[in-house]
Design a protein around this ligand. Sequence first.
Ligand code: HEC
Length: 246
Amino acid sequence: MPSPNRIPYEEDWREWRLIAVTDRGDNRQFRMILGNDVAVKAAREGNVHPWPDGAKFAKIAWWQQQRADGLVVPGAFFQIEMMIKDAQRFRDSDGWGWARWRGVDLKPYGKDATFVQECTGCHLPMRGNDYVYTQPFSAAIVAGDEVVNNAAVRMPQGLSFNPLDWAPVTMYSDPQRHTISVVFADSKEGMTAAASGSAQAVVTWTERDDPHWFGARVADRVVSVETAAADGRSGFIAGSQPAQIP
Ligand code: HEC
């Protein structure tokens, strides 16, 4: 179902790549921020001032669930939001098309197209950043204020692959260790890969406060990358549980 401002729901976010994660202690949610090819390329090149036309973001949010072992994992799926860059087409909404779908039945958000003012209103403090809160994973050095996350992409030496090229399947945090982890699968199927038995990797980062949002935490330095070959049954790495997706 399209959003009331006629932005269609796009399925292909499932194949997009992870550009950031946030652990929102302030409202007990986890978010994964995914980018399409244009967005990932722009992020990696540091070409984010402004983001190029065709860049798309999806932000997936889950409620957090504390497990008996202390880990915090994604519980119920909450919503998916999108931002689509087209400076001309969306010139009345800061160059971005905004849309939100709630719940596993993906109910379009907003009575009518004026819901967009909620989005642009809260993203306004980021106008110096092309209205984007996220500091995407990137090794590019961008002059001026920190607009990309350089620390989070420094993988351990000798790793023969880049987990950030793989598809994110779920995440969790460890409040005792102050770390945040993402499970990736070497698969195009994205989050549905959890059950498909592809090779997997868990990247664990220390957390730091999000410079842009009080109460949020983002990935900082890589602590470890653990890998597991598919076991043929679930292929799923211990300590994680599949994230619910619509
Ligand atoms: C109350 C403030 C607030 C409102 C309202 C809001 N956002 Fe955001 N948005 C944020 C914050 C903060 C982030 C950074 C990621 C995070 O921690 O959630 C963000 C990130 C995003 C992202 C990832 C790209 C980026 O800018 O970082 C998308 C996509 C997004 N929002 C879409 C929307 C849409 C669509 C709406 C309106 C339906 C909306 N947002 C309304 C605060 C807000």
